[in-house]
Ligand binder design. Structure first.
Ligand SMILES: [Zn+2]
Length: 678
């Protein structure tokens, strides 16, 4: 029998990676889907009248084997993939989404769910069960299960058109990005650029059979150019090319697509009974309504604007003093900011890296978790992995009980995608009176050690490690009944609280002194460097805040109102940007026509959540600072009200239980240096 379709006979039932063949996956998926389908059928076709247990709870536990195989497979596809795995992913993804659609469109099943939902006030369910019922019901209703047949048809037509439009939108941006190149043959025009940026541009030119150097609108080429190139005219050319993507009234123009997407989303929301698309999205977010999001953004704007204006004035004066620039344009921002930052802080990665040997930083993260939550991490030798670089740990609590299995996979290789993330191989749940502990993993792309040098992290990598470790703690400390409410299964604008709050410890002297020790001499990081890390972290926070707020406000302008009468994309944008504008407008540029986050990715009505999560983590960390960053009582509250509770209650309720009050933006503003500290 296929190893994936049976219980794992391993320590802690961990995935038996070395015994799994790639060819096992497809047949295993087929068997598991069939099993899951039978489980759903049993729930749907029973003669018993619907109850919370025989329907809602049974659904929550259905498909466990399929979920287990999916986690292993898709985690491998991200961290250790190859052409065979990718081909299976192509094959299996549509099958899985069809299976999920079959469940959501199962009318008989929805009738049972709805019957229970309509009784919810008389069922006396606890908080977690109430959340499960709500989530299950909305999972059906938000996909149109309660609509009449002709409305369902319209919904399907809208969804189909939306997915085509999103695809077209993305294709146009890609084509626009690829179409442009800045070809430089005169070496003097490269002045200011770092060696590696020049080298990359040279290689790019060679690959295109061109003399000299080629720069493109891809970030790895574009960002260094805008940050370092001394030639102002070329920076202008690059910036205008970047900003006019999808906005040239030609075959690749995205204005009509943007307008159409906004209108279809609005119609879809109305069909499902919501005022606007933002109302629809925010129903399952901590922020709840567009009104709350808008007042959140406007409040931050009001408080951050004075600092942003001061910083912009400082930048303007600086550009004037060194290059006699009279009026700062958008293409001057990154360039003079970098120069000003160098002048003010004189701090670079090379100075800091010797203090951040990977092993020391991991130990630091473990020590913080021990001091706060009483966790112990012990490297495990009896747990199978998918690559020799993966380290495994057994995590226990103060009583020596198993909390989780923790996998850490730190170094880049060809089968791993970019970035850093947390994931899990097995969710936590309480089933048949047993608390099944989770198998959690973090995957990063840090510099590999060499025979002569250990892996030394940049400060940015240090905070990345703490960030992902924070997500991992959310997973590891989970203590809920249902797997789909466990750990990081929370509202989207709440999920970054545990990760972002942990980053705060990296800026604290008391933490840095625990682990930031020179890899050769073991000397503790000097106070002077700690002070510089802190000071540099506040650099231009006002300007950065205004930029984030402007994107959030534009998102709400598109999705928080009836878009029927919007005809002019640029006019809507100018209106949305009016309050956050620092640089003069560039008439040939438009943000919306290349705003992939909200028109192609999943961030529509959700851009605010970047700042929202920062407000939460700053406010929560300020509580630690008030009582001591390793204060046991505050840490305990954070554990029992936030980390262990997953999505079992509304996040605002959980937050208030932890903090004693609702989050306030002032802590973020203080941390960013935008308002005076208390
Ligand atoms: Zn994160």
């Amino acid at each position: 029998m296929n190893i994936l379709n049976q219980p794992f006979n391993t320590s802690y039932a961990t995935a038996p990676f070395s015994k799994i063949e790639t060819s096992d996956f497809k047949p295993a998926f087929e068997v598991a889907i069939e099993k899951a389908r039978k489980e759903i059928d049993t729930i749907t076709n029973t003669n018993e009248s619907p109850t919370f247990e025989n329907t809602i709870e049974a659904l929550a536990f259905a498909g466990e084997e399929l979920d287990r195989i999916s986690s292993i497979f898709f985690n491998l596809n991200a961290a250790e993939t190859n052409a065979d795995i990718q081909a299976i992913a192509q094959d299996i993804s549509p099958v899985l989404s069809e299976f999920n659609n079959d469940i959501r469109l199962n009318t008989a099943l929805f009738k049972r769910v709805e019957t229970i939902y309509n009784q919810k006030d008389t069922l006396h369910l606890n908080e977690e069960s109430t959340m499960l019922l709500e989530k299950t019901y909305l999972g059906f209703a938000r996909n149109g299960a309660h609509l009449k047949d002709e409305q369902k048809d319209r919904l399907r037509t809208i969804d189909k058109e939306l997915s085509q439009l999103k695809l077209k939108f993305g294709e146009n941006i890609l084509a626009e990005t690829n179409k442009f190149q800045l070809h430089v043959t005169n070496q003097s025009q490269l002045s200011g650029l770092p060696e590696d940026a020049i080298e990359t541009a040279k290689q790019l030119a060679e690959s295109k059979n061109l003399e000299g150097y080629v720069f493109t609108l891809d970030y790895p080429s574009y960002i260094p150019f805008m940050t370092y190139a001394d030639n102002r005219e070329l920076r202008e050319k690059m910036a205008i090319a970047f900003g006019s993507r999808g906005f040239k009234d030609d075959a690749l123009d995205n204005q009509n697509h943007v307008l159409r997407i906004a209108k279809l989303r609005y119609e879809r929301a109305q069909l499902l009974g919501y005022d606007t698309h933002a109302h629809f999205v925010l129903k399952e977010r901590m922020a709840e309504t567009p009104e709350k999001v808008t007042s959140f953004l406007e409040d931050l704007l009001f408080k951050a604007k004075p600092a942003a204006l001061r910083e912009f004035e400082e930048l303007t004066e600086f550009a004037k003093s060194i290059d006699s620039i009279e009026k700062l344009e958008k293409w001057d921002g990154a360039y003079y900011s970098e120069k000003l930052k160098q002048k003010l802080f004189q701090i670079d990665d090379e100075q800091l890296k010797p203090y951040f040997k990977l092993e020391n930083v991991i130990d630091g993260a473990f020590t913080v978790a021990h001091k706060l939550f009483g966790l112990n991490f012990k490297q495990a030798s009896n747990i199978d992995t998918y690559h020799k670089d993966v380290i495994t740990y057994k995590v226990t609590d103060q009583a020596g009980e198993l909390v989780a299995i923790f996998y850490a996979d730190f170094f880049p290789r060809s089968g791993k995608r970019n970035g850093a993330w947390m994931t899990s191989y097995k969710p936590q749940m309480i089933k048949d009176n047993t608390n099944h502990r989770p198998h959690v993993s973090i995957v990063c792309n840090f510099t590999k050690p060499t025979p002569s040098k250990p892996s030394l992290l940049t400060f940015n990598e240090v905070t990345t490690l703490f960030h992902e470790f924070g997500h991992a703690l959310h997973g590891m400390l989970a203590n809920t009944t249902y797997p789909n409410l466990s750990g990081t299964n929370v509202y989207w604008d709440f999920v970054e609280l545990p990760s972002q709050i942990l980053e705060n410890w990296c800026y604290e002297e008391a933490t840095l002194k625990l682990f930031a020790k020179h890899y050769k001499t073991n000397a503790v990081i000097p106070q002077e460097l700690i002070d510089k890390i802190k000071a540099a972290s506040q650099f231009q926070e006002g300007i950065k805040t205004m930029r984030q707020l402007s994107f959030g406000l534009l998102d709400m302008a598109w999705h928080g109102q009836d878009p029927t009468n919007i005809t002019d994309v640029k006019a809507l944008e100018n209106e949305a940007f009016a309050a956050t504008k620092l640089y003069p407008d560039v008439p040939e540029n438009c943000m919306s026509t290349a705003f992939s986050h909200i028109f192609q990715g999943g961030y529509s009505s959700g851009y605010y959540s970047y700042k929202w999560a920062e407000v939460l983590d700053a406010d929560a960390f300020e509580y630690f600072k008030e009582e001591g960053i390793f204060n046991a009582a505050v840490a305990h509250k954070f554990k029992i009200h936030i980390l262990s509770r997953g999505g079992t209650e509304h996040p605002m309720v959980l937050y208030k239980k932890f903090r004693g009050k609702a989050p306030q933006p002032d802590a973020l503003l203080r941390r960013a240096g935008l308002i005076p500290t208390k």
